[in-house]
Design a protein around this ligand. Structure first.
Ligand SMILES: *Cc1c(COP(=O)(O)O)cnc(C)c1O
Length: 376
């Protein structure tokens, strides 16, 4: 069976975990955590990168730092993972969904303004498949209405928009290092922000409401309970795994790109024949080969294709069930405008196997097998 995903393993992960153990410090904010943050701050030109226990938790931190009050409205696509909404629902926000663009599957920037009310506080662009949303337009709207922007860049680590790293463009950016993402630590994420004014509050929030970060830097002589907080810092064991991956980012990136391009090239004739649609990447975006998907005619064809691939030993998957049609989406959100593309496009999308340790022979088998499918 060809798996859909397996967590990347590049080589030095276990060595680094062993180092962390020998160093005798397994809790958060040790050597590897610092190295991961510094590495990302440098490569992505980010003001601050804080490693977190997940992207979900980074989003929760961002929602808190945006000072969401009960009843505030947050604009996001319905075509996203549940965490994008959950983080804001936790702060009792109302979720306002807008439709996606069928070409990139990202929130349609032209539909954001009609969704703004006097309760709107935040816009949350989700960079689907590591392909950037139209950030210039989104930032312009946000500035015009005095809104904050939280980028859900869970899939956008090491992807760029007009030369800027995703996650560094809005007020906050959130990364995921879950095992299904390009670079991993099992479970983990990061919160990014550029404005130094957030630093103290973010540190306190992440360290159970204490000023322990200041204490460790020798800026205060004891640490105390300062404000509301939780525990959002990952263990050094996880950070050690991640650091080994970041160090080898080029290897991981190149391999994923090789797979992406192979799929793209070898399925192009099916697109030319009108049987499938392939992903589209706008000129100003450099994507990260986070996923490869195709879109077929409709849900029936997709169901047949997934079943056929499974019979041939290939695991392919679909997502997401649009949030606005799910029970919690009905309860916590509303759809602003018309759902022209969200449901329709989500029902015909299939993701193909994509991971660092995937054999190119297997990739060839996948495209050959799809080629022989007669149910389009
Ligand atoms: C994976 C993902 C998340 C959640 O990431 P975790 O690190 O598992 O919390 C959030 N949003 C999007 C768009 C994702 O793809």
């Amino acid at each position: 069976m060809i798996d859909f995903n397996r967590p990347a393993y590049v080589g030095r992960e276990l060595e680094y975990i062993k180092n962390a153990v020998h160093r005798g410090m397994l809790c958060g904010d040790g050597e590897y955590t610092k190295r991961c943050s510094a590495w990302m701050e440098e490569r992505f030109h980010a003001g601050h990168v804080m490693l977190t226990t997940s992207c979900t938790h980074a989003l929760e931190m961002a929602a808190y730092l945006c000072e969401i009050e009960p009843g505030d409205e947050v604009i996001m696509p319905s075509y996203t993972f549940v965490s994008t909404a959950d983080a804001f629902v936790l702060r009792q926000a109302k979720i306002v969904f807008v439709d996606i663009r069928p070409d990139t599957m990202n929130m349609d920037e032209k539909l954001i303004e009609q969704a703004i009310t006097d309760r709107t506080k935040v816009i949350v662009p989700v960079h689907y498949a590591g392909v950037a949303c139209e950030m210039d337009t989104i930032m312009k709207i946000a500035r015009k209405y005095g809104l904050k922007v939280v980028e859900d860049a869970a899939q956008g680590v090491d992807a760029f928009y007009k030369g800027k790293a995703l996650g560094t463009i809005g007020d906050f950016g959130c990364y995921s290092f879950h095992e299904t993402k390009n670079y991993t630590m099992g479970e983990g994420g990061a919160l990014l922000y550029n404005d130094d004014r957030y630093q103290e509050k973010a540190e306190i929030l992440r360290e159970k409401g204490t000023d322990r970060s200041k204490f460790f830097r020798g800026q205060v002589d004891k640490y105390r309970w300062m404000d509301y907080g939780s525990s959002y810092l990952p263990s050094e064991l996880n950070a050690a795994y991640l650091f080994a991956q970041l160090e080898e980012r080029e290897k991981i990136y190149n391999k994923r790109m090789e797979i992406y391009e192979y799929y793209h090239r070898n399925l192009a004739h099916l697109a030319a024949e009108g049987k499938i649609e392939q992903p589209f990447v706008p000129e100003e975006c450099i994507h990260n080969a986070h996923m490869y998907y195709i879109k077929v005619h409709d849900m029936e064809v997709r169901t047949r294709l997934i079943r056929y691939l499974r019979e041939k030993g290939i695991c392919s998957v679909f997502h997401y069930v649009p949030l606005h049609s799910a029970p919690a989406g009905v309860k916590y959100g509303r759809f602003a405008g018309e759902d022209v593309y969200t449901t329709k496009e989500s029902e015909r999308l299939v993701r193909l196997p994509m991971f660092y340790n995937l054999d190119m022979e297997d990739v060839k088998y996948v495209t050959d097998t799809i080629d022989q499918f007669d149910g389009f």
